[in-house]
Ligand binder design. Sequence first.
Ligand code: NAP
Length: 267
Amino acid sequence: MKKNLKIGVVGLGLIGGSIFKDLSKLNFNVVGVSKNIDTIEKAKKYSNASASLQSLKNCDIVFVCTPMNKTLSILDELENIVDKNTIVTDVCSVKRFLLCKNRPYKFIPSHPMAGTELSGFDNSLEGLFKDTNWILTPFEKPSKKDIEKLENIIKMLGATPVFTTAEFHDKAAALISHMPMLVSQAIFKAACENELALKIASSGFRDVTRLALSNEEMAQDMINFNSDNIQNALLKLYSCIGDLLGQNYLEQTCEIKKQRQKMFIKK
Ligand code: NAP
């Protein structure tokens, strides 16, 4: 039996497609919106799908999963479509730029900390969010009930909701995601000038340059929307390299290895 909530997903790419597939499997009344006719046909095998944002009328919750540079215009369009009680969230990897105005619906920005270097509906995956963190950055004082409603859906997708502000989120995301992606691209670019280096490159080089495979549009958006934090993260990186090469390299390396070993342990 279908669950009562009607949930919309705009943009059926890697993230939106994964949310759409999971929510369909969970038996929600899900409506996907895509501009791409092929994607709509594929999505219809899971649930309802259409090319029109109008199909999101009467939704209880809407996930906007378009590229960051398209998200504000979709949020604007939704103002004339969804109800004042609809909870709207996005999944953008940067959060501050979304706080430009109040919305006539219940807007609760969010960012799932999951993904791959691939994009599009064909690469979206059921279970992508299992055992991951999902950041929420509420700013218009949404009610506890509305937050709980969104939190419950996030938990059903297998993720753990983590609350913070857009400012703290963007600083942290620059350190663990946006700056590392830029450095990964720069490491690859540096090695490209040496033919032998590329020929003998193995697993270490493969691992540190994985982020250079990131979706280009998302990479460009991260640089555009979070440039101040990325610059500060790069300054921090230079100063850490200076510290490491300054004194007690071995001790510092042991400490870093110890801390790193404690992370990413599957429970
Ligand atoms: P993606 O695979 O390229 O998906 C984006 C989708 O948006 C495209 O498939 C496209 O689908 C759709 N789209 C573009 N313009 C649209 C419009 N005007 N109306 C409706 N749909 C539109 O990219 P993604 O990786 O899922 O990224 C989407 C969002 O997730 C971004 O905001 C990104 O910051 C965030 N995010 C990404 C990751 C990651 O690792 N990739 C992780 C966390 C968060 P159609 O062509 O089918 O319309």
